[in-house]
Design a protein around this ligand. Structure first.
Ligand code: PHE
Length: 364
């Protein structure tokens, strides 16, 4: 671009034509090689330093009055030429190639929608099996008192059964009465007590939730894990009801060919108590490494509600409603991690908590 202001020899029409033709050629040459339309616009049409303004100022200053009109007409034409060049350069000005439709062969933008965590999914599945049997959901706090977590469930202070459920306790509680001291709940069973104190029978509830124990983490243990508890209390509830309910639930979760068996066990808050085993889903009961060649896998604890629990509940109620001579019930509790690991063939419990997308994506 010629920055100098060209000299105008005279104001007669032919000189004007020649001089403007030179400027028009300059504009045409720049238009043909236009790469930066904004710079081009500023150079020619800039209000203060634009070439058109500088030249017209210089030429008009010494123009005789009769030359003003022919000069003005020619400046307008030149301006129109510049503006036309800018108009046709608009798509390039936006910095985008001219759009020629959508290329459907290009990979799209994939949005990964969130999914329920595999543990929550299994927990929800278990809960829904019982919802179909008419159970409703109850929940309770993770920071629990000694009373609800242990005492009302027939674990007296210093009873050795407490050793199996060691946990973290909240600091600075020594001055409180033993039953009011706070701890991280070791099971979902305290919600049995809370619900029975709040409501008279009949009762059919499932209690999903997080629990805490002083257990070293390994492939099958985690100090924080999840349980689904169940409680059914009414008149005439028997051990057969318990067996039928859990047999149905196991078939709903693992398939109708699964068999269950009940093994004598001990929990302070149920009498009698049992561990439920299901026929090994990996070898159909033939015996394999997963079932330690027994053909059976232990899955949950259960039993008939101990009358001592009903007594502890009624002692807290304004109106006693749990007379063991009239009322009976069963309870059960299962580990969600254990069931999810069986469902998906997962061998390391730690995978659930690692946040590793490669693991989690498999459940999408
Ligand atoms: N709360 C027991 C545990 O965590 C499981 C259980 C629940 C057993 C209900 C019997 C009845 O080990």
């Amino acid at each position: 671009m010629t920055e100098a202001i060209p000299h105008l020899e005279s104001y007669d029409e032919s000189t004007l034509d020649r001089s403007f033709a030179i400027l028009a050629d300059e504009v045409a040459a720049e238009t043909a090689a236009l790469s930066d339309p904004e710079a081009f616009r500023l150079a020619w049409l800039g209000r203060k330093q634009g070439r058109l303004k500088l030249i017209s100022d210089a030429w008009l200053k010494s123009a005789p009055p009769e030359a003003r009109k022919p000069l003005g007409i020619r400046f307008n034409q030149l301006k129109q030429q510049i503006e036309a060049a800018l108009d046709s350069a608009v798509p390039a000005a936006a910095g985008k190639p001219v759009q020629q439709g959508i290329d459907i062969t290009l990979p799209g933008t994939v949005r990964a929608p969130g999914i329920p965590h595999p543990l929550l999914k299994t927990m929800q599945e278990i809960v829904s099996v019982f919802h179909h049997l008419g159970y409703s959901t109850s929940t309770g706090p993770q920071v629990e008192t000694d009373f609800y977590n242990f005492e009302a469930l027939n674990f007296p202070p210093n009873h050795p059964a407490r050793d199996t459920q060691d946990t973290l306790v909240i600091a600075g509680q020594q001055t409180r009465p033993a039953r009011e001291r706070l701890l991280m709940r070791t099971h979902t069973s305290p919600v049995q007590i809370r619900t029975m104190i709040a409501q008279p029978p009949p009762l059919r509830i499932v209690i999903p939730g997080k629990v805490h124990r002083n257990d070293a983490a390994d492939a099958t243990h985690s100090p924080i894990f999840h349980q689904v508890e169940g409680l059914c209390v009414d008149t005439n509830i028997t051990f057969s009801d318990l067996k039928g309910t859990l047999d149905h639930a196991m078939k709903a979760l693992f398939g109708t060919s699964v068999k269950t068996r009940f093994f004598p066990s001990f929990f302070p808050f149920t009498e009698p108590s049992a561990d439920v085993q299901i026929s090994c889903i990996f070898c159909n009961g033939k015996g394999c490494r997963k079932c330690k060649h027994s053909g059976w896998i232990e899955l949950l604890g259960c039993g008939m509600v101990d009358p001592a629990v009903f007594a502890a509940v009624d002692a807290q109620r304004a109106e006693p409603a749990y007379d063991p001579a009239r009322i009976s019930g069963f309870a059960f509790g299962m580990g969600v991690e254990r069931i999810a690991m069986m469902q998906h063939g997962i061998s390391d419990i730690g995978q659930f908590y690692s946040g590793d997308m490669r693991f989690l994506e498999q459940f999408a």
